[in-house]
Structure formats: structure tokens, C-alpha cells
Design a protein around this ligand. Structure first.
Ligand SMILES: Nc1ncnc2c1ncn2[C@@H]1O[C@H](COP(=O)(O)OP(=O)(O)OP(=O)(O)O)[C@@H](O)[C@H]1O
Length: 492
């Protein structure tokens, strides 16, 4: 599969006028690893035939997650159709063995999430937040006008270039209200604007309550909620509720216990920080539980918070200056992640490295957790990863103190009760089947023999998986050692 964007339609970038990025991996030279998503690695590379211009290549492992393929294809397709100075477009995409390579312009500052993680752990100053968010609002206004929802607005998807240009990226989960293949329902009228999506997608902490309640449907205003959460993320260095495991935060929102004002007063960082009235007001408007009351991007652009917004030069001086290069930041973050991972193994349930964990929290549905009698989010990563995450979450839930939200107590919204009942029915069917199997086993009939054989086979598969996991751990430790060596060398 290959798709190519014809740059001559948009002759803004001098280097690519009338030139096409090659659809052959041999034409690219990988320089460094600069990022890692759920099933993708992002590289800094050069395109040799294009005067060695620097590009970013997102290599998506198609084998790792089949479910991601459609999203990825959609990402490339959507990026190709959109043109706006604040939206990152791909140059081209093509398959390389079992990966899909998406070749994009290299945004040398990387994502705002990686910038705050490395250099502004307590968040950015207000004028910087305003300057970044204004650009994102311009992108959102255009996107919504074109009939698209982004559905994954967060600092990790806001990229910045060395010249201070801000762009919205990652259309992996974006959706078009005009695309008929997506799951949406009708809300009465026949206009595209009234179509409502029903699939649960995005990254939990940034998700609007109506997205979590997906069967009630959601529309453009879900992006505005995520925009508000992103504003808080930029202000505090992390999104609200990220100290809680994602399933808990989802349940809190479902049961409507999350209130912007509650969070605002309780946030540790807010004690030391004074935010302007207009900033608080702007975020408050975005985080209205009632989607229709949230402002449109156009309306937000007129908000007093964005009145005396500074430009790209201001961002260069006040955000980018002194921040390590994106490749350096990635290496450091990886070492940090590996370290906290190995300490997690000693002390299961530590949620401190949320920035990294959050990446693995895109959910596609719900899983009934029989033990806790509650619903856990399902992650469309490969099974092993999904299982690991769910297990990790359980550990985290047990470690959360003083939090009474969710827990499927029945006090929540009606739709989650309905879901619980459906899952319960499924679970009972499953139990019935298992009891049948046990009876057959006790009876020692032919079918029972077969079941025993199957069980043994399953046992072998489990053991094989365990061996694979051990291999992976060893590999990671070796990588850690190698990275430490490299870091030590660069420090010397
Ligand atoms: N075009 C680019 N130029 C420079 N850096 C980039 C570019 N695209 C991505 N990156 C870097 O790579 C990191 C990972 O990007 P990626 O889109 O794969 O993951 P993510 O959005 O953080 O996670 P996910 O998409 O899985 O939710 C980003 O945080 C950013 O720092």
C-alpha cells in the first residue's frame, strides 16, 4: 500500500516543490529514535534523494496490532486531504515488511508533552500556554469545519518546530462525520452535524464524559473537552486525575463525580500557582459536562485568554530555549521509563510514570472484571500488552486511597449498569460452559479426553508466553545497559 501527497499543490515548502517523496525505504536513512507510541516507533531520518532533507518517520508495526491498521490508514488518508498551517501533513506512506512507514515533516521541538516532561514538570507559564493553544484552536476550527473530529487532542499530539510553529498531529483516531464506515448513530436530523459517534476512542484522561458513555453519542464538542484537559495538562505538567489509574478516572467521570472546580482546588500545583481569571474561565467553559454548552473553537478564539497572544518568536525564547534536543529527551525518558519499570516490578502499582503509561491507554471497549464487579477498559494493543495493562491497573486500584468513585456501585449512570448486566450475562454463559466441561472431564468420556488435551496445549502456550516475556525482559535490561553506557559517554 502506498499513498503520496503531491506537494506541488501546496508550494509552501521550498524544498519539496514539484518533488515527490520516494515510496522506497532505501531512500531514507534513519538517524535516531525520537518517540514511541502504542504500536509505533518514530524516527528522525533523512530523505537522501530530497537533498537529504530531515524527516520524521512513524513506523507502525502492523503485525503487533491488527486493529490499529484501519486507524493508521485513516490517519494517512485524512492527513492527505487536510491542509492548514497548524495541521501536520504526511509527505507519503508505504509498507516496509510488516510495518507501515508514514513519512512526515520533522518538527524539531517534538511534542509539547515531551517538552514539559523534560523541562517543565510543573507546567508552562500562562502566556506560553495561550500561544500554543491559540494555534490548536485554529487547527480545530478548520478540522471541525471540514467535518472532522480529532478525538485525541493532548499535549503528546501537539508538535512544535524550531521556528516556533505549532501543529496538531496524530490522526490515528480522528474521524470524519462524512465517513460512512465509522460507527455513529443519528440524533434526529439528517444533517452531518447531527451525526453522533458511538465508538470509545482516544486517551482516557483526556476523554469527554460523553465519549466514555459512548452509546449516548458524541460529536465535535468532545474535542473541546479534550482541549480543556490539554490546557490543564500544559498548566500543571500532567492531565487531571492522572494520579489515578485510568479506569478509576473513567468511572469517576461516568458517575459525574469529576468536577473541574473540585480538581482545581485539590491540585497540588495549583496551591503554588496563581492562574488568571480568564484562563480559569476559558478552561471551565471547555469542561462543561453538557457538550452543547461548550464553546466552538471560533468562540474560544474570541475569549479574553487569547486576546494578547504572543507569536512563534515568543515560544522560541520562552519554551524552546534550553530544552534538550528531541532525540536526547527521548533517550533520557526511555532510561527513566526502564528504571521505573524495573522498580514497578519490585513494587507493583506505582503510577508515577503516568506520562509513559498514558500512551498505552487508548481504549476500544469494556471488559467485565468479575472479581471487582466492575468494567475495565479494553486496550486494542496485542493481547499480551492488554493483559499486562489490566493486571497493572488492578494493582493500582488497590493502591489508591481515599477515593470512593466508580466501583460499579450502581449509584452511577444507567448505561454503565446496562453494560454491567450484559457483561454479567456473558460471564454467566461462560461459567456455564466451563461447568459443562468439568462435568465432561469427571465423566471421563471421549470429549473429556479432548478437553484435557486442550488444557495441556493451553498450558504449553502459557509456558511459551512466559519464556517470551522473560526474553523480552532480558532484552530490555540489555537495552537499558546500552543506553546508560551511551549517556555516560555523552556526559563525559
Ligand atoms: N513529526 C514529528 N517530528 C518530531 N517529533 C515527532 C514527530 N512525530 C512524533 N514525534 C515525537 O514522537 C513522539 C511519539 O509520537 P507518536 O505519535 O507515535 O506517539 P504519541 O502520540 O505520543 O502516542 P500515541 O499516538 O500512541 O497516543 C511524540 O511525543 C514526539 O515527541
Amino acid at each position: 500500500m502506498a499513498y503520496e501527497e503531491r506537494e506541488d499543490d501546496h508550494p509552501r515548502k521550498a524544498i519539496s516543490i514539484n518533488q515527490h517523496y520516494p515510496l522506497d525505504s532505501n531512500c531514507y536513512k534513519i538517524l535516531d529514535e525520537i518517540g514511541k507510541g502504542v504500536s509505533a516507533i518514530v524516527y528522525k531520518a533523512i530523505c537522501i534523494p530530497m537533498e537529504s532533507s530531515v524527516v520524521a518517520i512513524k513506523a507502525i508495526d502492523l503485525e503487533k496490532s491488527k486493529a490499529d491498521f484501519e486507524n493508521v490508514r485513516r490517519e494517512a488518508k485524512i492527513m492527505a486531504l487536510l491542509y492548514h498551517p497548524n495541521i501536520l501533513r504526511a509527505h507519503c506512506s508505504f509498507t516496509v515488511n510488516t510495518s507501515l512507514w508514514v513519512v512526515m515533516p520533522f518538527m524539531s521541538g517534538g511534542s509539547l508533552q515531551s517538552i514539559i516532561a523534560s523541562s517543565y514538570p510543573d507546567g508552562l507559564p500562562e502566556p506560553c500556554i495561550a500561544a500554543v493553544l491559540k494555534e490548536i484552536l485554529c487547527a480545530l476550527s478548520y478540522l471541525h469545519d471540514q467535518g472532522h473530529l480529532h478525538r485525541d487532542i493532548k499535549a503528546g499530539n501537539i508538535l512544535i518546530d524550531s521556528n516556533g510553529t505549532v501543529k496538531l498531529a496524530d490522526f490515528g483516531v480522528s474521524a470524519s462525520v462524512y465517513e460512512s464506515s465509522l460507527s455513529y448513530g443519528w440524533s434526529g436530523s439528517s444533517s452531518a452535524m447531527s451525526r453522533m459517534f458511538t465508538d470509545v476512542t482516544g486517551t482516557p484522561y483526556w476523554m469527554a464524559p460523553e465519549v466514555i458513555h459512548s452509546h449516548t453519542g458524541y460529536g465535535f464538542k468532545a474535542d473541546i473537552w479534550s482541549f480543556g484537559i490539554t490546557a490543564l495538562e500544559l498548566a500543571h505538567g500532567r492531565p487531571p486525575l492522572s494520579h489515578l489509574p485510568p479506569s478509576k478516572s473513567l468511572m469517576m467521570k461516568i458517575t459525574k463525580k469529576f468536577r473541574f472546580s473540585d480538581h482545581y482546588d485539590k491540585t497540588k500545583a495549583s496551591k503554588n500557582k496563581r492562574f488568571s481569571k480568564s484562563f480559569k474561565d476559558m478552561v471551565g467553559l471547555c469542561l462543561d459536562h453538557e457538550p452543547s454548552k461548550r464553546p466552538t473553537p471560533e468562540k474560544l478564539l474570541k475569549h479574553s485568554f487569547f486576546k494578547n497572544c504572543k507569536g512563534p518568536d515568543f515560544l522560541i525564547k520562552n519554551v524552546l530555549q534550553g530544552v534538550p534536543a528531541v532525540e536526547q529527551r527521548f533517550k533520557r525518558a526511555q532510561i527513566h521509563r526502564l528504571k521505573s519499570k524495573s522498580s514497578d516490578e519490585d513494587d507493583e502499582g506505582d503510577d508515577s510514570s503516568t506520562g509513559e503509561i498514558v500512551k498505552h491507554r487508548r481504549i476500544s471497549g469494556w471488559n467485565f472484571n468479575e472479581e471487582g464487579f466492575e468494567l475495565d477498559p479494553v486496550f486494542p494493543a496485542d493481547d499480551a500488552v492488554a493483559k499486562q495493562v489490566v493486571i497493572q491497573e488492578k494493582g493500582n486500584e488497590e493502591n489508591v486511597e481515599g477515593c470512593d468513585a466508580g466501583r460499579g456501585s450502581g449509584g452511577g449512570a444507567a448505561p454503565s449498569v446496562l453494560d454491567s448486566m450484559l457483561f454479567l450475562r456473558e460471564s454467566l454463559d461462560d461459567q456455564r460452559q466451563r461447568v459443562g466441561q468439568v462435568i465432561a472431564l469427571l465423566g471421563g468420556d471421549e470429549w473429556g479426553e479432548m478437553r484435557r488435551e486442550e488444557q495441556l496445549m493451553q498450558e504449553i502456550v502459557n509456558l511459551k508466553m512466559e519464556v517470551e516475556n522473560q526474553k523480552k525482559k532480558r532484552l530490555e535490561l540489555e537495552m537499558e545497559l546500552e543506553l546508560m553506557k551511551q549517556l555516560q559517554l555523552s556526559n563525559e
